[in-house]
Design a protein. Structure first.
Length: 89
């Protein structure tokens, strides 16, 4: 019984080692966007009590905003606006 357990643990270790080697030798995946593709501008809402951050995605040419919700525990995000359509190319 102990021999079977030792062989099973040895096989499991080999399988885990194979998975680790595969992860370390696989080519790196490209990032979703480079840091220079985003411009973040702090701002305030007139008549409101929250500040917000405008986010401009220069690669996709979109504008969105992020603010902290009223409870202060989560972020509220504005759906992105298409700047190409807004400014007419």
């Amino acid at each position: 019984m102990k021999d079977k357990l030792i062989w099973a643990l040895g096989a499991l270790n080999l399988l885990l080692l194979l998975g680790l080697v595969t992860r370390l030798t696989a080519p790196a995946q490209a990032q979703a966007g480079r840091p220079s593709d985003y411009l973040m501008i702090p701002g305030e809402i007139i008549g409101g009590n929250n500040a917000l951050v405008w986010v401009i995605d220069s690669r996709n040419q979109q504008l969105s905003a992020v603010t902290l919700n009223q409870q202060g525990v989560a972020l509220d995000m504005m759906p992105p606006l298409d700047l190409k359509r807004l400014f007419g190319n």
